[in-house]
Design a protein around this ligand. Structure first.
Ligand code: SAM
Length: 299
């Protein structure tokens, strides 16, 4: 499985090896309706064509930038940004040079340069062609490599512990190489506006209404969005296309009853069942992830 260059909250990398065997073995166009980090598009190899969609415009601009430029150009450009903003480069100089260690991290060293970079990014024109590159630099040096915007569209992730290390560079090269091979058509629309036809396969991984993630803290994903998605997928089914919907039917004691009721018209495949101890009273809370499909899976 190929990793994305983005560390995406709710990203499916961790369960890709369970999802792929549940996906159709062939389709005309695979539509990744809520593409996020791109990791699902990237690891599904059974389509003639691919459409990657996400309504986060900044994310989509970054994916397009990666698609239109070579990994070497992007890497060199990030190195220039690193020099310009006086950020650390442990790959070249090691941690000792910065009088820190891997466990202590680089937040204190990079904080001021990172904040200047973040301000410049947030003040830059949205039409600037290098804007996605600056966003990528912010993701590399940001907390947990996350992509996070406030409700006014300003990037607001704080500085992180790491820099453009070997691991991040490898992820960039791998992603760029494999993405260009399948060359998805990249769009930024609301899912309700995406048309599909017979023979297509739609993969839907929306924000989960009973769990909060960084990208839906500000915009929100409501019960109405869930309802619209169910109608949308019913229409996909009537058109003779296939769909698979990822979601959680149970999370930290909450249940999504409407999802369960709707899903009962189709096939509910249980994907993972992870149990965590939620607090010091060792009260157990569960999260039940599912893949709802309108076709019989082969396993
Ligand atoms: C759970 S994440 C997808 C993660 C992705 N499958 C992965 O593995 O990286 C949900 C995504 O849906 C996007 N999104 C939220 N509302 C949307 C909408 N109305 N239409 C299209 N995309 C939307 C968010 O920007 C976010 O990237």
């Amino acid at each position: 499985m190929i990793k994305s260059f983005l560390n995406y909250t709710g990203g499916k990398y961790r369960i890709m090896n369970q999802l792929i065997p549940l996906f159709p073995t062939q389709c005309d166009t695979m539509v990744d309706l809520f593409g996020g980090s791109g990791v699902v598009t990237l690891n599904y190899h059974s389509a003639d064509r691919y459409i990657f969609n996400d309504n986060n415009k900044q994310l989509v601009d970054l994916i397009r930038f990666i698609d239109n430029n070579s990994a070497i150009f992007i890497e060199e450009s990030i190195d220039k940004i690193i020099r310009h903003y006086d950020l650390s480069n442990t790959m070249a100089f090691g941690y000792e040079f910065y009088k820190t260690s891997s466990s202590k991290g680089l937040a204190a060293i990079n904080k001021s340069g990172y904040m200047r970079l973040r301000t410049d990014y947030n003040n830059s024109s949205q039409y600037s062609c290098l804007r996605p590159l600056y966003l990528y630099a912010l993701i590399i040096f940001g907390f947990n490599n996350q992509i996070r915007f406030n409700k006014n569209g300003f990037f607001n992730n704080p500085v992180g512990k790491r820099d453009f290390n070997v691991n991040m560079r490898k992820k960039l090269h791998d992603f760029t190489y494999f993405w260009k091979k399948i060359s998805p058509y990249v769009i930024s629309k609301d899912f309700r506006d995406i048309e599909v036809t017979k023979g297509d396969f739609v993969y839907a991984d929306p924000p989960y209404s009973i769990a909060t993630a960084t990208y839906n803290e500000t915009d929100g994903w409501s019960a109405k969005d869930d309802q619209d998605l169910f109608h949308y997928l019913d229409k996909v089914d009537k058109k003779g296309a296939k769909f698979a919907l990822s979601n959680v039917i149970e999370h930290k004691g909450k249940q999504n009853i409407k999802l369960l009721n709707w899903g009962n018209n189709y096939n509910i495949n249980r994907v993972t069942n992870s149990f965590k101890y939620s607090n010091y009273h060792t009260k157990r809370s569960s999260s039940q992830e599912v893949l709802i499909t309108n076709y019989e899976t082969s396993i």
